[in-house]
Design a protein around this ligand. Structure first.
Ligand SMILES: *[C@@H]1O[C@H](CO)[C@@H](O)[C@H](O)[C@H]1NC(C)=O
Ligand SMILES: *[C@@H]1O[C@H](CO)[C@@H](O)[C@H](O)[C@H]1NC(C)=O
Ligand SMILES: *[C@@H]1O[C@H](CO)[C@@H](O)[C@H](O)[C@H]1NC(C)=O
Ligand SMILES: *[C@@H]1O[C@H](CO)[C@@H](O)[C@H](O)[C@H]1NC(C)=O
Ligand SMILES: *[C@@H]1O[C@H](CO)[C@@H](O)[C@H](O)[C@H]1NC(C)=O
Ligand SMILES: *[C@@H]1O[C@H](CO)[C@@H](O)[C@H](O)[C@H]1NC(C)=O
Length: 933
């Protein structure tokens, strides 16, 4: 019954009519909402929406609905797990709607233009859903709107200029979408606007100068777009702005002087643009500025002394520009400074003592400049210095006492200066020190046993100084060390067997010293060793016959010593070796034919020894070999017909009187005996018959059991991470065969969308087709990446990943490992051909193929996996997020659960598992939904 139905109603029953009017309005609003709810994919299972039942009491009993005079004014369904669209939203039935918050659900589809028809709307939030399409220009009709939030969706197209009609709007947040095109200049009409957040889109074109006329603007974030042109001088009018982020765009031109008029600024971030000219001295007027990021631009000229007037400054980063001249003394006035980054410029002159005046100074990065003179005495006088980098300057003199006593140090880089003095006196004990690089200086004296007391030191690098004497035995107690580089000094003495205690060592460089005696066989216990250089010393006796179990070793250089006897068979078991250099020793005997098992060997130098006999035929199987040097031995017989030998220069084969082969390589031609030739053919066949099945078996076995190594070619991980907080290795793998970081990058086309096979909460999944095997690579998104690279989180994360790579169960997707390098952090999984159960079920054809028996098999598989993880693992591993999306199917429809254990790691604050945390055996309802129709 409605008003229209009964136009001729009597005045006497007015009261009754008005009752029925509101009642029917009520019921029609409630029914409209129920109708919308009925379109939600999984609406029946919502605990919160289950209160949406009785239409007669909807104002009082329904979750998220608030009324005024029996009419809905507020609809707040944030974070209720709804999966649906706005197709059937009751646009015409809710005339008094004022506050709409539908954020954090799984709404998909587009934003209907009818949302522009709510004249009373004040608050409109559809953030964190899966909405696509454009922002409807009709939203410009919401003349009362104060808040517009559409963040973290997949909206594309450009921002309609009609948004500039929202004259009452105070906050617009459209960040983290796929918006393109320019920022509309009509935004200049939004006089009430206080906060404008457009970051993480692909907006282009110039920044409209009209924005500088918004009197109430407080926060303006336009960062991580493709904006071009200059920063408008009109920004000087933005007196109330406290936060101005425009980093990671393509802005050009000079920083306008007028920025110095933005006197309320506390954060100004313009880094990673193409800004030119000099830093305006007017920035000195910004007395509230605490964070100034101008790094990675093309700024030149000298640093204005007025920057010392920014009395609130905490974080000053102007690295990676072309700044010249000295650091102004006025920096001594920055008494709150915690972080000072001046690295990678052309700054010169001495480091002013005042630079250390702030008692809060924590990070001081001055490397890659032209600084001269000695370090100021006071450099660590504040007692908070953690990170000091001075690399690649022209600094000299001794290390000041304040650094010797600087207990807070975590990372210190002195590399490439002319620091001098007795190294045994220069440094103290550092309870927190993780990384120190003293290389390429003029330190002399002996290594102090005191280093043992720096219990967290992971990388100790002192190459190319004048260090003498033996390595003190205390050094071999530093079991945490992962990189030890004392090369190119004058260190003498022998290496003890106790070297085996350094069982976290991944890179050991003691080359170019005066070490003598035996190579300790304890090296074989360094299970994580990847890089070993003992060359150019005076080691003698034989190469230890036990060096056969270094599963990660890819570089081994023992050249230029006095090693003798045979090449031990053990070396042929170092299956990851890429480079082996045994040259300039006194090795004799024959080259072991088992060398052919070094399938990754690329460079082999056996020159200048006394090796004799033939080059084994099996060298033909060294498919990776590209560089060979066997010169100056007593080798004889034919040169194997392989690329490496064919391309070998004359001088890598010379000096072997008995070798024969190609005359252009300076060899004698081989005698052509037909019987000999036949024999070798026969041999070859034999090799094929025997080796192919064996190699096949090895490949299969190693796929099942092996060890996987991830590193950049010939660059040890330790260097990869040298810019990050910790020098510890950042990769863990348990897969055999050589799969390197670069190969994964290449196989995914640098994470090209054409290899994309899925998208999840914490990243995207790509298919990586490598030469021997196909893998699924989950690239973590930036926020997850940042989260796990926090020092407090990282070690735990790595430990957990390491544990997870050890899990083997036929119904658990194998996690092969993890790799992190700069912005690319990814997990590598077994590839599952048929994708997720959800995908199979949503495809009619595939869902039919997945018949009853296969579905039962899937359920059994899931049950097996859960049972194993909960009861057979100690401690038990709880998945916390099992859905049809992470039950994957292989070619035989065998189910395997993915993301076991990582759900927790990667989404530590995710709300959708808090409810089930701890309930072992929990299976989300999703998977029982797939009985055949
Ligand atoms: C709908 O299903 C998703 C998973 O598909 C789940 O996360 C969400 O909680 C469900 N929503 C409701 C209301 O049950
Ligand atoms: C919606 O409810 C949540 C809490 O349930 C609250 O934080 C939020 O401010 C509400 N939104 C509106 C627009 O009232
Ligand atoms: C709701 O809207 C209707 C139609 O515009 C109007 O008649 C009614 O007074 C409104 N109710 C409230 C509580 O504002
Ligand atoms: C701003 O508003 C004025 C007056 O309402 C209008 O004339 C002008 O076109 C608007 N500017 C933009 C850029 O939309
Ligand atoms: C700054 O904001 C205040 C109110 O918060 C306002 O009164 C003032 O006009 C604004 N200043 C400028 C320069 O617009
Ligand atoms: C703004 O900055 C310019 C250049 O630094 C200066 O000339 C002008 O006086 C400033 N205006 C105001 C209102 O402070």
């Amino acid at each position: 019954m409605t008003c229209k139905d009964r136009p001729q109603v009597l005045l006497i029953i007015f009261t009754i009519l008005s009752c029925s009017l509101t009642a029917s309005a009520t019921v029609s609003e409630a029914n409209a909402l129920l109708k919308w709810k009925s379109t939600f994919t999984n609406q029946t299972r919502s605990s919160k929406l289950s209160s949406w039942v009785n239409p007669n009491s909807f104002c009082t009993t329904w979750y998220g609905v608030s009324c005024v005079r029996d009419s809905v004014v507020r609809l707040n369904l944030t974070n209720t797990g709804i999966e649906g669209t706005f197709q059937d939203f009751p646009f015409s039935s809710l005339p008094n709607l004022t506050y709409v918050d539908l954020s954090m659900n799984r709404f998909s589809g587009t934003i209907p233009l009818q949302f522009g028809q709510f004249p009373k709307l004040i608050y409109f939030d559809l953030s964190i859903n899966q909405l696509v399409g454009e922002i409807p220009r009709e939203l410009g009709n919401l003349s009362n709107l104060e808040t517009l939030h559409l963040v973290e969706n997949k909206l594309n197209g450009s921002i309609p200029s009609e948004i500039g009609l929202l004259t009452k709007v105070q906050e617009i947040a459209l960040y983290d979408n796929l918006l393109t095109g320019p920022i509309p200049s009509s935004f200049g009409n939004l006089t009430k606007l206080a906060n404008l957040y457009l970051f993480i889109n692909t907006l282009s074109g110039p920044i409209p100068p009209e924005i500088g006329n918004l009197p109430n603007l407080k926060e303006l974030c336009l960062d991580r777009n493709h904006l071009t042109g200059q920063i408008p001088a009109s920004f000087g009018n933005l007196k109330n702005v406290t936060l101005l982020n425009m980093f990671e765009n393509r802005l050009t031109g000079e920083i306008p002087l007028e920025i110095g008029n933005m006197t309320n600024l506390d954060t100004l971030s313009l880094h990673t643009n193409n800004l030119t000219g000099s830093i305006p001295s007017t920035l000195g007027n910004l007395k509230s500025l605490a964070i100034l990021h101008l790094y990675a631009n093309k700024l030149n000229g000298s640093i204005p002394k007025e920057l010392g007037d920014m009395e609130s400054m905490i974080d000053l980063e102007i690295s990676e520009n072309k700044l010249t001249g000295p650091v102004p003394n006025s920096f001594g006035k920055l008494s709150k400074l915690e972080w000072l980054f001046l690295r990678d410029n052309q700054l010169s002159g001495p480091i002013p003592p005042g630079i250390a005046n702030s008692s809060a100074l924590t990070v001081l990065q001055l490397d890659t400049n032209n600084f001269t003179g000695v370090l100021p005495d006071t450099i660590c006088s504040g007692g908070k210095l953690e990170n000091l980098t001075l690399d690649d300057n022209h600094l000299e003199g001794t290390i000041p006492k304040s650094l010797r006593d600087c207990k807070t140090l975590i990372r210190a880089r002195f590399k490439g200066n002319s620091f001098s003095g007795d190294i045994s006196e220069a440094f103290g004990e550092y309870p927190n020190l993780n990384f120190i690089d003293l290389s390429n200086n003029k330190f002399h004296g002996e290594i102090s046993p005191r280093w043992e007391k720096s219990r967290k030191l992971v990388a100790f690098i002192a190459t190319n100084n004048n260090i003498t004497g033996p390595i003190p035995p205390e050094i071999w107690n530093m079991t945490q060390v992962s990189q030890l580089d004392l090369s190119s000094n004058r260190i003498s003495g022998e290496l003890p067997e106790s070297i085996s205690r350094l069982n976290r060592l991944s890179k050991l460089q003691l080359n170019a010293n005066r070490l003598s005696g035996r190579i300790p066989s304890g090296i074989r216990l360094l299970a994580t060793l990847e890089y070993l250089d003992l060359s150019s010393n005076s080691f003698s006796f034989e190469i230890p016959a036990t060096l056969d179990s270094l599963p990660r070793l890819y570089y081994m250089n023992l050249s230029r010593n006095e090693l003798d006897q045979n090449i031990p068979m053990a070396l042929t078991k170092l299956s990851q070796l890429q480079t082996l250099d045994l040259s300039h020793n006194q090795l004799d005997g024959e080259i072991p034919s088992q060398f052919s098992s070094l399938q990754n060997l690329e460079t082999l130098d056996l020159s200048h020894n006394n090796l004799s006999g033939p080059i084994p035929e099996s060298f033909r199987d060294l498919l990776a070999l590209t560089h060979i040097d066997i010169s100056h031995n007593n080798l004889s017989g034919p040169i194997p017909d392989t690329t490496a030998f064919r391309n070998a220069a004359r001088d890598s084969l010379e000096g072997n009187r008995g070798l024969c082969g190609n005359t252009t390589q300076g060899l004698n031609p081989c005698p052509m005996s037909s019987s000999g030739k036949k024999k070798s053919n026969k041999d070859r066949n034999l090799i094929i018959y025997i080796l192919v099945p064996i190699a096949g078996a090895i490949i299969i076995l190693s796929v099942c059991a092996g060890i996987f190594i991830c590193f950049r070619k010939r660059k040890p991980q330790i260097e990869e991470n040298s810019d990050s907080e910790s020098a510890e290795t950042l990769s863990i793998f348990s897969f055999d065969g050589k799969v390197r970081y670069q190969e994964i990058i290449k196989a995914t086309g640098e994470f090209d969308s054409k290899h994309l096979i899925g998208t999840g909460g914490c990243g995207k999944v790509y298919k990586a087709k490598l030469s021997t095997v196909t893998m699924a690579v989950k690239k973590l998104n930036e926020t997850t990446d940042e989260e796990i690279s926090k020092p407090a989180v990282k070690q735990d994360f790595l430990n957990e990943i390491r544990a997870l790579t050890e899990i083997r169960h036929r119904n658990v997707v194998k996690l092969f490992g993890f790799c992190s390098h700069r912005r690319n952090t990814f997990l590598v999984y077994e590839y599952m051909e048929r994708g997720s159960l959800r995908k199979v079920l949503s495809n009619n054809e595939e869902a039919q193929i997945l018949d009853w028996s296969r579905r039962i098999k899937v359920v059994k598989g899931v049950a097996h996996a859960l049972s194993y993880m909960h009861h057979d693992r100690s401690p038990p591993i709880v998945h916390r997020d099992i859905t049809s999306g992470n039950i994957l199917l292989d070619g035989d429809y065998e189910a395997k659960i993915s993301d076991f254990g990582t759900a927790k790691l990667l989404k530590p604050d995710s709300s959708n598992w808090s409810a089930v945390a701890g309930t072992y055996g929990y299976v989300a309802p999703g998977i029982f939904f797939f009985l055949p129709r």
